[in-house]
Design a protein around this ligand. Structure first.
Ligand SMILES: *[C@@H]1O[C@H](CO)[C@@H](O)[C@H](O)[C@H]1NC(C)=O
Length: 326
């Protein structure tokens, strides 16, 4: 419920419904062939579209590659190195809610233990991503069931495991609860095995929590020591590379919001007559401006009328004349 504080003297209390219609499909990508720094590209996208591009999965990645229209130069996407290190799942599902770390782990023992493994007894440990391990993939089948596949041998890096899992199955195993942990542990038997856990501090410009990454060579290299922004390049087969944010490059914006339609019920105490169409149109415009200031774009507002064609329902006043506003 949104409370709006209206002018006095109090005229009445109105109940009304506001329809917010977002423009079409999620993650519509737009390649902008202008060379800007990452922050400038971000401002451009927020002004003209919704934000810099977020990539949720391989399907998105393929559509983004299409949007690049054959351009092979590195182009900015909405990923930047900002915020704390946290453990994430390779399949894009975000941070690890269920965890089963061995006592004292993760301890980043060698200062570069950025990948997660399941140990012989089923607890988790952080390990150097280039270390040799077996690994467990998972596969989401069309009936919604999950199947795990174990690759033995003990000589795979985490990234090699990820590549194979993404090609042959869905991704490295994502462990959502104790039951799944037992299943994976039994499958791996007496082996240490990679699961889909990795650590990074990258965040998406649009606030999305997706942990899907598609780095060249499995991870950002921070080659110049100040590479805090991510670019996609078709010359790298669509893989991502980190680069200094002030470098000028073309970029990819996304338009559209995930929510397509939203109806908001508002109650308002006001001294003006809302049934006057000029008044209601002005109010709509003000709401639109206010939402625009809150990083929303690509949307339209309209009043929704009930079956009698009424938009505003006047309510009988109960008790106190004044109501808290915000
Ligand atoms: C982008 O612009 C460059 C020239 O500045 C041009 O060579 C290239 O083909 C353009 N890319 C696309 C996809 O239009």
């Amino acid at each position: 419920m949104v409370w709006l504080h209206g002018a006095i003297p109090l005229f009445g209390v109105f109940l009304m419904f506001l329809r917010i219609t977002a423009q079409p499909t999620p993650h519509q990508y737009h390649f902008i062939n202008q060379s800007l720094s990452w922050p400038e590209a971000q401002s451009y996208c927020r002004l003209k579209h919704a934000d810099l591009a977020t990539v949720d999965n391989m399907d998105d990645m393929n559509r983004l590659a299409e949007a690049l229209g054959g351009d092979i130069k590195p182009s900015w996407i909405g990923l930047e190195r900002r915020g704390p290190l946290r453990w994430l799942w390779s399949d894009g599902s975000g941070s690890a809610h269920f965890t089963n770390w061995k006592e004292g782990e993760p301890n980043d023992a060698k200062g570069r233990e950025g990948c997660g493994e399941i140990s012989e007894e089923g607890t988790w440990n952080d390990h150097v991503c280039g270390g040799g391990r077996s690994f467990v993939c998972y596969e989401r089948r069309s009936d919604g069931m999950v199947r795990y596949v174990f690759y033995s041998g003990g000589s795979w890096t985490w990234v090699q495991g990820q590549d194979i899992c993404r090609k042959q199955h869905t991704d490295l195993a994502h462990v959502r609860n104790g039951q799944e942990n037992v299943v994976i542990n039994n499958l791996a038997g007496n082996n240490k095995a990679w699961i889909g856990l990795f650590k990074d501090s990258w965040t998406w410009s649009d606030g999305s929590g997706t942990s899907f990454r598609y780095w060249l060579n499995g991870g950002p290299d921070n080659y110049f020591g100040n590479e805090k922004c991510a670019a996609v390049a078709m010359s790298l087969h669509g893989r991502w590379d980190d680069a200094p944010c002030d470098r000028r490059a073309p970029f990819v914006c996304q338009g559209g919001l995930k929510a397509r339609k939203m109806v908001v019920r508002m109650k308002m105490s006001t001294g003006v007559d809302l049934t006057d169409s000029t008044v209601s149109a002005t109010l709509l415009q003000k709401l639109e401006t206010s939402l625009g200031n809150h990083r929303m774009s690509d949307f339209k507002l309209s009043w929704r009328s009930d079956k009698d064609g009424q938009i505003f329902q006047r309510q009988e006043q109960q008790g106190a004349a004044g109501r808290p506003g915000c």
